[in-house]
Design a protein around this ligand. Structure first.
Ligand SMILES: Nc1ncnc2c1ncn2[C@@H]1O[C@H](COP(=O)(O)OP(=O)(O)OP(=O)(O)O)[C@@H](O)[C@H]1O
Length: 303
């Protein structure tokens, strides 16, 4: 069985009277690419900060690589790489100088590692620019390079593709997949770009208002999609009325794209189509929906 890399039990974090996290129980296994999904303010960063030792929980416990005492946690955190928000960079230094500063912090004496990580993140072609001249995407890449310096076994990445251009996003996905598949690195990653997260993660955790409301594997996500019928029409309001009144379907999800999802077992496909047509609803398509993390999430939180 896979080793547990991270475990939280009853984890709660309060800022004043507000609960940023409430009674979180979760596990991340070795080799997982755990995609963390949730709205702004859901609590993703707070959990990542607790894992990284940047904030303390109010209640509950965590284990990292089987260790839970403060002393042991500090030791195993040396095997972690963390990118939370934008990295702290010395503005008047270039990438190499910033990395050599972080090498000293990590006690890394082999400065060849600097060239290696710059290569890995594709930041070799930036001459001697100071980091003040960096774009957001370049800062993100340098942040990732910093987090990779110590050849981590567990990477915690908060919105690492934020600010990257489309090519950068694809490169980042390939790079993270390579780290996971070739080096066995376990990854916890948050992103609001759910289509990207879906292409990368092996497991998903959905956090809503500080609570972990659901965890699914990528296989479960794929299976769940086959249980939904997706209806495409410009007359969404009229279609929903027919679904409710004529077909007695009440579990209806309207997606931001305008598509309507209904459970596959709520009706017969032919009957659905003929009833909508009978009411003059113009149909652009009815099909079994393909796995879609965004649909799954919207359905889960009831929006
Ligand atoms: N230092 C702090 N002091 C007070 N409240 C905080 C602090 N940090 C976070 N919070 C609050 O805790 C809650 C969770 O915030 P958190 O940053 O963990 O969410 P998030 O899921 O990472 O959101 P985003 O997607 O916007 O980054 C929010 O309500 C936030 O306002």
């Amino acid at each position: 069985m896979n080793t547990t890399i991270f475990e939280a039990e009853g984890l709660t974090k309060q800022y004043g009277i507000a609960n940023a996290l409430q009674n979180i129980n979760m596990q991340i296994k070795q080799g997982d690419i755990y995609g963390f999904v949730g709205e702004n303010g859901a609590g993703k960063t707070t959990l990542m900060k607790i894992i990284s030792g940047l904030v303390y929980p109010t209640k509950g416990t965590i284990q990292l690589m089987g260790k839970s005492s403060e002393k042991d946690l500090a030791r195993v955190r040396k095997k972690m790489g963390v990118l939370i928000e934008l990295p702290a960079l010395y503005p008047h230094m270039n990438a190499e100088e910033n990395l050599s500063f972080y090498c000293k912090i990590h006690g890394i004496s082999d400065f060849k590692r600097i060239k290696d990580v710059l290569n890995i993140v594709g930041l070799t072609d930036v001459d001697n620019k100071n980091t003040t001249e960096y774009s957001l995407g370049m800062r993100q890449r340098l942040g990732l390079a910093i987090s990779l310096l110590n050849e981590p076994e567990f990477l915690v990445l908060d919105e690492p593709i934020n600010g990257l251009d489309p090519t950068g996003i694809v490169e980042m996905r390939k790079l993270l997949a390579k780290l996971a598949h070739e080096k066995g690195v376990t990854i916890l990653i948050s992103s609001h770009i759910l289509s990207e997260l879906q292409l990368l993660a092996t497991k998903f955790g959905f956090i809503h208002k500080g609570q972990l409301i659901k965890e699914v594997s990528v296989e479960e996500l794929l299976q769940s999609a086959e249980t939904q019928i997706c209806i495409k029409t410009v007359e969404t309001a009229a279609a929903i009325k027919v679904l409710k009144n004529d077909l007695n379907i009440h579990s209806i999800t309207l997606l931001a794209s305008g598509e309507i999802l209904v459970p596959r077992d709520s009706t017969d496909l032919e009957q659905l189509m003929s009833t909508l047509i009978k009411h003059g609803i113009p149909l652009e398509g009815i099909n079994l929906s393909a796995a879609n993390l965004e649909h799954y999430y919207m359905d889960l939180i009831g929006e």
